[in-house]
Design a protein around this ligand. Structure first.
Ligand code: ZN
Length: 427
């Protein structure tokens, strides 16, 4: 009985060990360790009679090297150091390194100092509340969006990185970084209090360059006050530095577990039945105007994928196209948020053949005749010219469906004939 129970327990344990190994073998967790200051930048410093001069740059390097050694014992952690010796990488060099290496977590280690000699304790900083804009710019520049959540990744994978939809995705991602950074900060401060009996001043938000320009969860840890008589001695001691490194190490372990758990907890969610496509294609009507705006015109308020159809002398602007109801709703929202308050969806029957007319491409509008060696006239056969109110309108092609007209327009674009308009002609 005892033996059997022991055996099954053992196999159970082995099973979990295997599962754990498989799950963890798949993904390396990259951490950038940033020892604050260095080289000619000493950071906070103070001279004491018994221990001499203590420099922030030396304490931070020592703690980071100890922390790195603990992490490197586990093969699933990849550790990148912004510095391993007494040199000074600029703040941008530190954040560039972190962004380039697509790190999962950025940990910057510092020591505090204060005008008040009585100030003491630890504090951990995360991205400030009003630095979202700069951070968003970084995330946009980094382009290759790192999602914390597999579901978001699927949802936004098909979007163009510069589109408004991707901006929404980036904003979601940012708030996740903040959430994750707060989680990590909480673990660090908790360990300082519970394990090392330190005084914690809490997890705080602050606008700091090194946090602002990172496209990943990031914390900056103030490990104690160099100008506080007792705390400085703790910071300078081997024991103190070991305890600080271990507390941060344990916080990283807890953080990683929490993030992994979040990943796995989300998996068994019941699958919603797949959305069925609609019969019609839907485009979002933005406006109709006698003026023709080109792709990058501010009048389009940054929206990409705008289709223009000239109809009865007016240019009609439509945003995006989809045959899924949920995406249609999303597109309406995007258009309205961009500033087209009255945007609405218009149904287009796919491959509908015009019975009372055709589509053509307006390739040029000019107040004078195109010269015979213009690109348009030289590369296209059968361009038609119409004169109306003193303007010359040049059109090309004759297609029965909108889809064919779009194809023709694309082929013209490939020939270098850009900013053309699809025109509906009634007969
Ligand atoms: Zn510092």
């Amino acid at each position: 009985m005892i033996t059997r129970r022991f055996c099954s327990k053992k196999y159970f344990f082995l099973f979990f060990l295997m599962l754990f190994t498989i799950l963890n073998a798949q993904k390396t967790f990259t951490i950038v360790l940033d020892a604050g200051h260095g080289g000619s930048d000493y950071g906070a410093n103070r001279t004491y009679d018994d221990i001499g001069k203590i420099n922030e740059k030396d304490v931070t390097l020592s703690v980071v090297l100890k922390l790195g050694a603990l992490l490197e014992k586990n093969k699933n952690f990849k550790v990148i150091y912004t510095r391993k010796e007494d040199v000074f990488p600029s703040l941008s060099e530190r954040t560039d390194l972190a962004n380039r290496s697509k790190a999962d977590l950025f940990v910057s280690v510092h020591c505090n100092s204060s005008q008040r000699p009585t100030a003491y304790g630890t504090e951990t900083y995360v991205q400030g509340p009003d630095q979202n804009k700069a951070n968003l710019e970084v995330a946009k520049r980094e382009n290759d969006v790192i999602f914390l959540d597999e579901k978001d990744k699927q949802k936004f994978a098909s979007y163009d990185p510069t589109s408004p939809e991707s901006l929404i995705a980036l904003k979601i991602q940012q708030s996740k970084y903040l959430e994750a950074s707060l989680l990590m900060g909480g673990f660090v401060e908790d360990n300082f209090v519970k394990k090392d009996s330190r005084f914690s001043r809490g997890v705080l938000q602050k606008n700091l360059h090194v946090l602002r320009l990172n496209a990943m969860p990031s914390v900056l840890i103030e490990t104690g006050f160099i100008n506080h008589p007792e705390e400085s001695h703790y910071l300078a001691s081997e024991k103190g530095q070991n305890e600080i490194a271990e507390s941060i190490f344990n916080a990283i372990i807890s953080y990683r577990k929490a993030v992994d758990k979040k990943f796995m907890a989300k998996k068994p969610e019941p699958e919603k039945p797949a959305e069925q496509p609609l019969k019609n294609d839907f485009r979002i009507f933005l406006m109709s105007n006698p003026t023709k705006y080109n792709v990058d015109d501010p009048a389009l308020k940054g929206l990409k994928y705008v289709l223009v159809i000239k109809d009865n002398g007016l240019y009609k602007y439509y945003y995006s196209v989809t045959n899924y109801a949920s995406i249609k709703e999303n597109n309406i929202k995007t258009a309205r948020e961009a500033g087209f308050k009255n945007a609405y969806a218009v149904g287009f029957m796919p491959n509908q053949v015009l019975t009372t007319g055709y589509y053509t491409i307006e390739v040029a509008v000019s107040n004078e005749k195109l010269s015979s060696d213009s690109v348009i006239l030289k590369s296209l056969d059968g361009v038609e010219r119409n004169k109306e109110n003193g303007m010359f309108y040049y059109t090309y092609g004759n297609e029965k469906t909108l889809e064919d007209a779009i194809k023709l327009q694309k082929s013209l674009e490939e020939k270098g004939i850009k900013n053309t308009t699809i025109q509906k002609v009634f007969k």
